[in-house]
Design a protein around this ligand. Structure first.
Ligand SMILES: [Zn+2]
Length: 320
């Protein structure tokens, strides 16, 4: 630990305020593109914010849940940006911590067993495909993660925020998912929402991607497709995530956490592609911050550069 608890608490509180600024709203601009390039509002996802009154409580709880990872400090891995190959981002104040963890899952509505299993298997793509040490398991009781397939579109609360949702309410919404839903949608949507539950925000809110968007075009586009005024577009599209509230390096428009945005709102006319499944960099980052085996260096809160560097046998070194 490099700072005292009160400083840390202040930092967490600030982070939670920053987080809330970017999540405290209704619909995010993301969504599946239909053939004509329009964003389908119904297919969009939003990160559901906690009610205002819970921000401070959530910040304190995040520190309690994750005491040794005192976000800003430990997750900086020293002063070196050692996460260079990793492009997914994490809201540090919503992080579950590096200890292997299992989140229980329940369903709000009566749901057939095959559908329950299929949904949980996609939540677990982060574990089984990406190799993260955090997993999801169905429970007959009330889960940490509670899924509804009712109205409300697609959303999840972010990371440890799910602890603050009353147990009779869902933490994740997957409107209309059935066994007939295409497998591609299970990958694109459920794996994405699971990412929010692990604490990953939207990649398209990264500064480098936001900087590609032409505000004038965005105002026109989102007024037409979503009915948003300029203030809403500023908040939802043009305000990048705060640098101190996230870790990660280069933004990745192919991340599962990035949705498609059309070329008609960018300066260069090129769309922001958006990811359709967990990609290699998503996997690498998730496995790094949620290791399957707790590294001793992280165990005592001394996560440092050495523990997070990628290394290989010297025999593999490239001679140039
Ligand atoms: Zn989302």
């Amino acid at each position: 630990m490099t700072s005292n608890p009160s400083q840390l608490q202040d930092a967490l509180l600030e982070i939670s305020r920053i987080t809330a600024r970017f999540t405290h709203s209704d619909e995010h601009p993301d969504g599946a593109q239909s053939g004509d390039g329009a964003v389908d509002v119904n297919a969009g996802c939003r990160i559901m914010p906690l009610p205002d009154r819970l921000w401070e409580k959530a910040a304190k709880a995040a520190m309690r849940i994750n005491p040794v990872n005192a976000p800003l400090q430990e997750l900086r891995f020293g002063d070196t940006p050692v996460l260079e190959p990793m492009r997914l981002t994490l809201f540090v104040s919503k992080y579950w911590g590096p200890q292997p963890k299992q989140l229980s899952v329940s369903f709000m509505e009566s749901t057939p067993s095959d559908l329950r299993s299929r949904i949980v298997s996609h939540l677990n793509a982060w574990t089984n495909t990406a190799g993260a040490g955090i997993s999801f398991a169905e429970t007959a009781g009330t889960g940490d993660v509670r899924i509804s397939r009712g109205s409300g579109g697609y959303y999840s609360y972010l990371g440890t925020d799910i602890k603050f949702i009353p147990s009779n309410r869902q933490t994740m919404n997957l409107q209309g998912f059935t066994m007939s839903t295409p497998e591609s949608e299970y990958k694109r949507v459920i794996r994405h929402e699971a990412g929010h539950t692990l604490g990953f925000p939207h990649e398209h809110m990264r500064k480098a991607l936001v900087d590609r968007i032409d505000p004038a075009k965005a105002y026109t586009y989102f007024l037409r497709t979503q009915g948003w005024d300029q203030e809403m577009v500023d908040q939802q599209v043009l305000a990048p995530l705060g640098g101190n509230s996230i870790i990660g390096t280069e933004p990745d428009q192919d991340s599962i956490m990035c949705y498609q945005l059309p070329g008609e709102i960018t300066f260069d006319g090129q769309p922001i592609r958006g990811g359709l499944d967990i990609n290699a960099t998503d996997s690498a980052f998730a496995a790094l911050i949620y290791p399957k085996v707790l590294r001793s260096t992280m165990d005592n809160g001394q996560a440092n550069a050495a523990s997070s560097r990628i290394d290989w046998d010297p025999s593999e070194d490239v001679n140039v």
